[in-house]
Design a protein around this ligand. Structure first.
Ligand SMILES: Nc1ncnc2c1ncn2[C@@H]1O[C@H](COP(=O)(O)OP(=O)(O)O)[C@@H](O)[C@H]1O
Ligand SMILES: [Mg+2]
Length: 399
């Protein structure tokens, strides 16, 4: 049996979600003595080992707990129960820009970051040129990193992370923001790593690279391990589970989910006008109304409205839990209004999707892909391109 370098043992992690803040004194008095937060479980009883020399993949839907798992591995989050044991020198590349100081230059951040990862100053100085060369940021290395693009950030962070000589490298998604050339260089580095007998734990949406590159993988679902082992079989099962749960409706939309609580229809209104519209202008006060039906009492559901540009980019995805709006229970029929005053969307066509999940976002009651489509026409302000206006103010000074 090979050496175990990482042991995840009955790991459980919960988060507290603070309820909507009581604004008035009256509300605060009314709330006194009641719980001001809810708790939910992002990881539940997760157990697996990673052996020396493995490339180990973690797959699962958004919100399934992948990042939380990696943060527990890196010691950024403390588990509520269970443990993570790391037996090798580890280097982690998690949230973009974490560990970087925006005001400091790239050079200063390399030293800072490498020192945090446990490298001595002299070692860093010896390795410095190599780190910068790998990142390809020679020209920018003395500029403050706050001037860097996200792609530049990740190039520098990755270069540091692999050059501090880790025996175990854990990487969450972030590489996706780098350009293709850099991604290729990272993949080459992974192969080099693996040939050296080093270990990699990798979270990625790129299922092809999980299939091709990983020796083993786990599939997280609702914070729990649903499968572990051969990445090819896991990826296949995962893909099937995504497709299998899709149903087609008459209107060209697709629906998935368990169905106890569903969104039947989405309507949009402008201002106080009671008739629904399919078209409005930049700057209108727009109300989205989500009509729901619950066939049984559903405790603490979470509603999301997802607005995508036609190309597929999500422009905005407000979620009721983010604003602390958590009804204790929902049953029967009703609707939810989401008001967007002075809407920032610029002219174009947009798709609307809806999602209803349980409080932990681990169970999907309903996901209606393409619940509606609407057009935005020229209003105020006018901008000739882009998806949203950030309402810029221009000043022109003649020296
Ligand atoms: N700091 C936090 N506070 C509250 N909830 C969190 C926090 N971090 C993650 N979550 C929630 O935990 C769940 C798992 O999130 P995450 O680990 O980021 O999933 P993934 O990386 O698989 O998309 C999600 O429901 C997410 O909203
Ligand atoms: Mg994540």
């Amino acid at each position: 049996m090979s050496d175990v370098v990482l042991e995840v043992d009955h790991l459980t992690k919960t988060f507290r979600i603070h309820r909507e803040r009581a604004n008035s004194l009256k509300q605060r008095i009314a709330a006194k003595g009641r719980n001001r937060f809810d708790e939910f479980t992002a990881l539940q009883d997760v157990t697996f080992d990673v052996s020396e020399g493995e490339v180990f993949g973690v797959i699962g839907h958004n919100g399934s707990g992948k990042s939380t798992l990696l943060k527990c591995m890196a010691g950024i989050l403390r588990p509520n129960a269970g443990s993570v044991r790391v037996h090798r020198r580890m280097s982690a590349l998690l949230e973009l820009g974490a560990g970087f100081h925006p005001e400091l230059s790239g050079r200063e951040n390399v030293f800072l970051n490498a020192a945090i990862l446990g490298m001595g100053r002299r070692d860093i100085a010896t390795r410095f040129d190599e780190i910068v060369a790998f990142s390809g940021l020679e020209k920018f290395i003395d500029q403050p990193v706050k001037t860097y693009s996200s792609g530049m950030y990740v190039r520098l962070a990755f270069s540091v992370a692999i050059n501090v000589d880790p025996r175990l490298l854990i990487i969450d998604e972030v590489l996706a923001v780098g350009d293709v050339t850099f991604q290729k260089r990272c993949l080459e580095k992974f192969v080099e790593f693996r040939n050296d007998g080093r270990t990699i734990v990798l979270v990625t949406h790129d299922l092809a690279s999980v299939r091709n590159m990983c020796d083993r993988a786990v599939w997280l679902k609702q914070g729990q391990v649903t499968g572990e082992g051969d990445p090819k079989q896991l990826v296949e099962a995962y893909t099937e589970s995504m497709l299998g749960s899709m149903q087609h409706t008459e209107t060209g939309s697709t629906r998935r989910g368990s169905g106890e609580l569903m969104i039947n229809q989405v309507e949009m209104y402008v201002g106080d006008d009671p008739s629904p519209v399919m078209r409005f202008q930049t700057g209108d006060d727009v109300r989205f109304r989500l009509f729901y039906t619950a066939t049984k009492a559903v405790p603490r559901p979470i509603f999301s409205l997802i607005i995508d540009a036609l190309g597929g980019a999500t422009v905005s995805a407000p979620c009721s839990r983010d604003v602390g709006l958590v009804p204790d229970v929902v049953s029967g029929d009703g609707w939810i209004d989401i008001v967007m005053p002075n809407i920032s969307l610029l002219p174009g066509a947009y798709d609307v999707h809806t999602a209803v999940q349980d409080f932990n976002k681990q169970h999907e009651y309903d996901h209606l892909q393409l619940a509606a489509r609407f057009d935005v026409t020229t209003g105020k302000p006018y901008e000739s391109s882009g998806l949203v206006t950030l309402r810029p103010e221009w000043n022109f000074t003649e020296g």
